[in-house]
Structures are given as structure tokens and as C-alpha cells.
Design a protein. Structure first.
Ligand SMILES: Cc1cc2nc3c(=O)[nH]c(=O)nc-3n(C[C@H](O)[C@H](O)[C@H](O)COP(=O)(O)OP(=O)(O)OC[C@H]3O[C@@H](n4cnc5c(N)ncnc54)[C@H](O)[C@@H]3O)c2cc1C
Length: 484
């Protein structure tokens, strides 16, 4: 008899896992509470523009977990790759273009051309001296090779160290610290004094190692859609608008799921993409050992990003790269301090500004431009007033760089934590899922097998490493192989 599996949710984690299990001969039903697929990785048509719910870049594109799963399933998943993919504005220190494999340190080039000033020379020498003091010359070379290869033993060494502590071994330079704090918020959605250095190294080395950072053609939804295309082709059943209300457990093992449609879906295994906190609630705390429930309740979620989506009647932003992020002129430790203060507002906000139509012109009519401006915040959902103020400040900064945006605006819309929560219904606005912080990553990341026979978690909360959606799909690869 074919093993019956119910998968709860169609985020990248749920849809990849369901498709892989179905393709390997299991009988899979997916229950998705929303009437659309993809969870936080989806795309909608908004007044003639295709707009993502949140996602704006995929760190490893076709070489990462999404591409690997699509190839295993035998489905097309076209990617748009641009080089350079990002530009990081360092004000007085110029612009760094991320050419992926071959990053142009054009800022360094500029500094050399202009003549490196005495202060800059001191910074470089201090960095060198500090790095050599920390590791010795041979040790430093080994350390640099370790960062580049990011093999499991090297990552484990830094999993329990924060990115900030890791960097202080090499340099005190404020520009480097500001830039790396921003990258930590961009890639892991956690400030660098809290993020795990092991996760940070894994994310950064993956981008440079693969050189395929990109976006799926047609928007973020292209990723879950490609997985679900294979799922349907192989005979899987997808039910939209049906929430899992209860995960049934009898005698310590899972027996099925009760849906919001009143049906009971019997199953030999249940795979939940609803996040660990909600999965424990659905199965009932009594189904688990008390210490496991306490452990799950103590796990922390990532921070979040607010966003303004700006639709322009003509192409206004014309840069070498399709995304840019200006680094704030605030001390590194202060950049995200406002996120943890109840009414805190950023003095000089960190903006991440992808221009999706520069990646993929099919997202709007010819000549139009879509711009997305993101600003970080806490994962609180009850901060609507503050969220609007943060976005006001962010837009003011963006318009100061590009005044023509306001003049050519057709419409704009905003995304706050309450919109993210409307998708996940977790009561939080976290972007990622579990925060990638010491104590919650690597060997201390929650295992996807829960302590109830036949119950599994898939997605960003369990089992894998990586940036956002890629972590979720990597988790699906692990869970599907453990189940089969
Ligand atoms: C604003 C924003 C920007 C982001 N930017 C990026 C980015 O640039 N790059 C990147 O890689 N990642 C980005 N992310 C993060 C990324 O979207 C998430 O990490 C990823 O989608 C998580 O995948 P997942 O499979 O774990 O779960 P989710 O995407 O959260 O999907 C979970 C699914 O489970 C369903 N579900 C939950 N409970 C139930 C239930 N009881 N019954 C039925 N269905 C249920 C939900 O409806 C949802 O469809 C961003 C997120 C946000 C919010």
C-alpha cells in the first residue's frame, strides 16, 4: 500500500516536500489555508504590475536548493540572473558592485585612484594587524580559506558565535561593521550582534561560490508553482482554502488531520509547514513531552521587513545593478537599535531597494518601472502606527536619492507585519521563521522529526541552513529523504 501523507502549507518548504514525496511514490494531499499558493513566497497582479508578497532575491538561484529540486522533479524553472546583481553604497567610500563570482571592488579602485588617505591606510593596517594577532599569518590564511569553502566543520566552529564577535577578530573598522550589520539584516533578517556567524558565512560564501543570485521569471511565485506543477502532474491532491484545524495523535503517533472543511484526512505521516510553534498547537501540547513544549516556546523568530511598492509610469532608476542598498551613516551598533525599542524610529534607515523590472522586464508593461523599498523592523504585529512612520522615513530617504520617483508615481502600496501575518496567521510578522542565532542553528537547529511518531516539520524552522526561501526548500530535501 502507498504511504499516505498530509502536507500542511504550500510555502517553498511545503510545496517542495509534497512534490518530492509524491514523485517518490507516496500518496500526498496538501491542505493550504490561503486561496493562493506559496506562503510568504508568492506574487500577485496589482494594477498591471506583478508584485511579490515579500521576496526580492534568491541567493543561489538555479544552483541552490530551488534549482536542485526543480531538476530532480523534471520541471522548468527559468531564472533571471544579472551581473552585477547588487550595489552597496558606502557614501565616502564609494560603491561596491556585487559581481557575484567576481565582485568588483570598484570602491577600492576609486580609493586607489584618488590616493588612499592617511586615515584609510591606518584602517587597512589596523585590520591586518588585528587579524594576524588573532590567528597568526598561517592561521589567517586558513581562516580565509575556511570562510570561502564554508564546510560543515568550519561552520560549526562559528555557529555559536555572533557575526559581530566573528568580525572583531579581524577588524574594528566602522565601515566594515556597518556594512556587515546591514548584510546580516538583509540575508538573515537578524542584526549582526545576534545572528550566528556560521549562518552568515554560509549565506555569503554561497552567494559568491555559486555566482547565480537571481529571481525566477514572472515573480517569486515561480518557485512554489514549479514544484506544485510536478506535484499535480504526479497525481497529488492540492486543496486551497482549507486550513489544518487539528493534527490527530493517537497512542503517540499521528493518524491524520482535521481540515477547516470538516473533513478528516487520514495519514501515515503529517508534514507541517506551519512553523514549529503552530504545529505544536495543532497537535495539542499534551501530545508532546513537557520539556519539548517549553523548548519550542523558547525559540525566537527572526525580525521583519516593511516594504513600499512603487509603480512608475517610466524608468526612473537607471543603475548598473538591479538592486541597491545605501549603508546608513550611523554607528554599527545603533543601526537597528530602534527595532527593539517599543516606539523606536530609525534616525537614518537602512534601505534595501530592489527594482524587480530591472531583473525581469515582463513584470510590467514596456517602459514602466516597479521599485520596492524595504526597511527592517521587529516582528511585532501590533505596531501599525510605528510601521507607517518607519516607511514614511524610508520613502523620504529614497526620494532624496531619486526625486523623479515621486513625479512619475502611478500608485504605491505598503506591506507591514500585519500583511505578513495575514499570510501565515502565526500572530507574528517574522520574515523568515526561526531566527538564525546561536543556540538555534547547525547541530542545535530543531530536528524536523517531532517527538510524535509520523509528525514532521518542514520549512525555515527545521533542519537546514541558508537564506530565507532557500533554507525552506533545503529543509524539504532533508525531510523528504528522511521520510522515504
Ligand atoms: C517582506 C519579506 C521579504 C522577504 N524577502 C526574502 C528574500 O528576498 N529572499 C528570500 O529567500 N526570502 C525572503 N523572505 C523570507 C521567505 O519568504 C520565507 O523565509 C519563506 O517563504 C519561508 O518558507 P516556508 O516554507 O518555511 O514557509 P511560508 O512561506 O511561511 O509558508 C507556510 C505556508 O503554510 C501555510 N499554513 C500555515 N498554517 C496552516 C494551516 N494551519 N493550515 C494550512 N496551511 C497553513 C501558510 O498559509 C503558508 O502558505 C521574505 C519574507 C518577507 C515577509
Amino acid at each position: 500500500m502507498r504511504k499516505k501523507v498530509v502536507v500542511i502549507g504550500t510555502g517553498p518548504g511545503g510545496s517542495a516536500c509534497a512534490a518530492l514525496l509524491q514523485s517518490r511514490g507516496m500518496d500526498v494531499t496538501i491542505l493550504e489555508q490561503n486561496r493562493f499558493i506559496g506562503g510568504r513566497c508568492s506574487t500577485f497582479e496589482e494594477n498591471g504590475f506583478m508584485v511579490d508578497t515579500g521576496v526580492h532575491m534568491f541567493a543561489s538561484g538555479p544552483s541552490g536548493p530551488h534549482g536542485q529540486v526543480a531538476r530532480e522533479l523534471g520541471v522548468a524553472q527559468p531564472w533571471m540572473i544579472r551581473n552585477p546583481s547588487e550595489s552597496m553604497w558606502m557614501n565616502e567610500n564609494g560603491v561596491f558592485y556585487l559581481y557575484q563570482k567576481n565582485t568588483s571592488f570598484s570602491a577600492l579602485g576609486e580609493l586607489v585612484k584618488a590616493g588612499i588617505t592617511g586615515r584609510q591606510r591606518i584602517n587597512i593596517l589596523n585590520t591586518l594587524r588585528r587579524s594576524v594577532n588573532s590567528f597568526g599569518v598561517v592561521g589567517l590564511l586558513k581562516e580565509m580559506a575556511g570562510v570561502r569553502r564554508a564546510n560543515p566543520a568550519f561552520l560549526e566552529k562559528y555557529d555559536e558565535v555572533t557575526t559581530r564577535e566573528f568580525l572583531y577578530q579581524f577588524t574594528e573598522d566602522s565601515g566594515v561593521h556597518r556594512a556587515m550589520n546591514c548584510l546580516s539584516m538583509l540575508l538573515l533578517v537578524v542584526p549582526y550582534d545576534k545572528s550566528s556567524a556560521g549562518e552568515f558565512i554560509y549565506a555569503v560564501s554561497g552567494i559568491f561560490g555559486n555566482g547565480t543570485l537571481g529571481v525566477p521569471r514572472g515573480g517569486a511565485i515561480g518557485v512554489p508553482r514549479s514544484f506544485l506543477r510536478a506535484f499535480r502532474r504526479d497525481g497529488g491532491q492540492l486543496l486551497l482554502g482549507v486550513a489544518a484545524r487539528d493534527i490527530l495523535v493517537e497512542g503517540g503517533r499521528v493518524t491524520g488531520v482535521v481540515g477547516s472543511d470538516g473533513e478528516t484526512y487520514t495519514a501515515d505521516a503529517v508534514v507541517s509547514n506551519a512553523g514549529l510553534h503552530r504545529t505544536v498547537e495543532l497537535a495539542g501540547e499534551d501530545s508532546f513531552p513537557a520539556e519539548y513544549v517549553e523548548y519550542i516556546k523558547g525559540l525566537k523568530l527572526s525580525y521583519s521587513w516593511l516594504a513600499t511598492k512603487l509603480a512608475l509610469e517610466r524608468r526612473v532608476v537607471d543603475l548598473k545593478a538591479p538592486s541597491f542598498f545605501p549603508i546608513p551613516q550611523v554607528e554599527a551598533d545603533e543601526i537597528f537599535a530602534y527595532c527593539d525599542e517599543p516606539d523606536g524610529l530609525p534616525e537614518d534607515p537602512f534601505l534595501f531597494v530592489p527594482v524587480p523590472t530591472e531583473w525581469d522586464p515582463t513584470l510590467a508593461a514596456a517602459g514602466r518601472q516597479l521599485i520596492i523599498m524595504g526597511v527592517p523592523t521587529s516582528n511585532d504585529v501590533d505596531q501599525e502606527d510605528r510601521s507607517q512612520k518607519i516607511l514614511d522615513i524610508g520613502e523620504k530617504k529614497l526620494f532624496s536619492f531619486f526625486p523623479a520617483i515621486e513625479r512619475n508615481l502611478m500608485w504605491k502600496s505598503r506591506i507591514t507585519n500585519k500583511d505578513t501575518n495575514r499570510i501565515t496567521r502565526k500572530g507574528k510578522g517574522d520574515c523568515i521563521g526561526l531566527a538564525q542565532i546561536p543556540g538555534q542553528v547547525g547541530s542545535r537547529k530543531p530536528h524536523p522529526k517531532l517527538p510524535v511518531e509520523g509528525l514532521w516539520a518542514v520549512g525555515c524552522d527545521a533542519g537546514a541552513r541558508g537564506v530565507g526561501t532557500e533554507q525552506a526548500t533545503a529543509s524539504a530535501m532533508l525531510v523528504s529523504s528522511l521520510i522515504t
